[in-house]
Design a binder for this molecule. Structure first.
Ligand code: NAD
Ligand code: TDX
Length: 351
């Protein structure tokens, strides 16, 4: 089966890894990226594949219904891999409306276009919505999120993602649009924008700046190497069942303080610094409002039904990630100039 796939948000962190995987693994597919290149989108993330003949980039906003209609007509997409989103929880706390616009309205505009274009024939069509474990809320010390866990979003970001998931399911039930949703845990890896915990701390260690840990650093996240996430999306895209939801996770829970100490330990060795040097930069700052305590994914369904499991141990994935940042300081310099600096100052100076 051949495909012409629209990947939204393909210039972002996860979208760029997904694009690279599909463009190189499936040369027979035509891959079209739509990305508005917000502060989080960066064409440098796609530099190594920009000359591939099966890759096309379009700069544009998913909330621009006219543009979406036009490109659906032009390219006759057979599938959508929907990654575009406002993705940072802290920004959603200061600017919730932008999250409603992109994550909810943008998703519905794409769903409408898919419905219109596929209404006469849904054979081999798929709208694949990339979502997050945060829609399930916050766990205590015990338990895991399964596909049957009730939604309980608690930040404007997770509320907007939960809402978009509901719209995707509504289009499946109401209009029989072929959809799949996957909900993944925290990703890390190359090309991660340095406003999220791991790349922010890598950047700050490199620049000998404080490592800001919210509250007591005891919140827990379940970390997955980004290349494992996109491999899971590949498996689900090709073998998953329409109408289903799949949870993706690494069974890899860390408190924030433990993960940052491990990062400091590895970076001291790699940078030839004395043991304990980077750890001294850890600084406890005011907690995030409504900070979810713990996320942990049960990915049994994906393993049992489709045979996916993570390929990397965390320490190895973190080591690969640090090496990438050490080898790509120019990328870091480019993304940390301009708007990012303005954001960093308002976010951390008010604490
Ligand atoms: P990101 O912020 O790195 O990238 C988002 C991309 O979307 C950027 O390239 C940006 O330019 C683009 N974009 C934003 N608004 C747009 C708009 N209105 N029109 C067109 N393009 C727009 O995000 P990410 O971390 O790569 O996340 C991708 C998806 O995966 C999101 O839907 C997110 O909710 C989900 N997700 C992320 C994680 C994670 O840990 N990062 C985990 C689970 C799920
Ligand atoms: O400076 C910081 N200090 C800190 O202690 C930052 C930026 C974060 N934190 C904490 C908050 C979280 O407990 O670290 C943890 C991870 O924070 P983020 O990297 O902002 O990720 P999180 O809020 O867990 O959300 C992420 O995972 C799910 C992604 O940003 C989402 O897009 C994804 O859906």
């Amino acid at each position: 089966m051949n495909h012409t796939i629209l990947i939204t948000g393909g210039a972002g962190f996860i979208g760029s890894h997904l694009t690279r995987l599909f463009v190189t693994k499936y040369p027979e597919y035509k891959i079209v990226i739509l990305d508005d290149l917000t502060y989080a989108g960066n064409l440098e993330n796609l530099k190594d594949i920009e000359n591939n003949s099966n890759y096309t980039f379009i700069k544009g906003d998913i909330t621009n219904a006219e543009l979406i209609k036009k490109i659906f007509e032009e390219f006759k997409f057979t599938a959508v891999l929907h990654c575009a989103a406002e993705s940072h929880v802290d920004r959603s706390i200061s600017e919730p409306l932008a999250f409603v616009t992109t994550n909810v309205v943008g998703t519905v505009i794409l769903l409408q276009a898919a419905k219109e274009n596929w209404k006469h024939d849904t054979t081999n069509k798929l709208f694949y919505h990339i979502s997050t474990d945060e829609v399930y809320g916050s766990l205590g010390a015990e338990g895991y999120f399964t596909e049957d866990t009730s939604y309980d979003p608690r930040s404007p970001y997770s509320a907007s993602k939960a809402s978009s998931d509901h719209f995707v399911r509504a289009f499946y039930h109401t209009y029989k649009l072929p959809v799949i949703i996957s909900n993944c845990s925290n990703n890390y890896g190359p090309f991660h924008f340095p406003e999220k915990l791991i790349p922010l701390c890598i950047n700050n260690i490199l620049n000998e700046q404080p490592l800001p840990l919210y509250g007591k650093g005891e919140n827990i996240r379940d970390w997955l190497f980004v290349e494992d996430h996109v491999k899971a999306i590949d498996v689900i895209f090709h073998k998953g069942k329409t109408g289903e939801t799949y949870n993706i996770g690494g069974h890899n829970e860390w408190t924030n303080i433990a993960i940052i100490k491990e990062l400091c330990r590895q970076m001291d060795i790699k940078m030839g610094k004395d043991k304990g040097t980077s750890e001294k930069l850890i600084t406890f700052v005011k907690d995030r409002a409504g900070h979810d305590m713990r996320y942990a994914i049960d990915a049994t369904k994906l393993k049992n039904e489709l045979g996916w499991k993570p390929s990397l141990q965390f320490e190895e994935g973190l080591s690969k990630t640090i090496d990438w940042y050490l080898d790509n300081t120019e990328w870091l310099q480019h993304v940390t100039s301009g708007n990012y600096r303005k954001y960093y100052e308002t976010q951390y100076h008010k604490r």
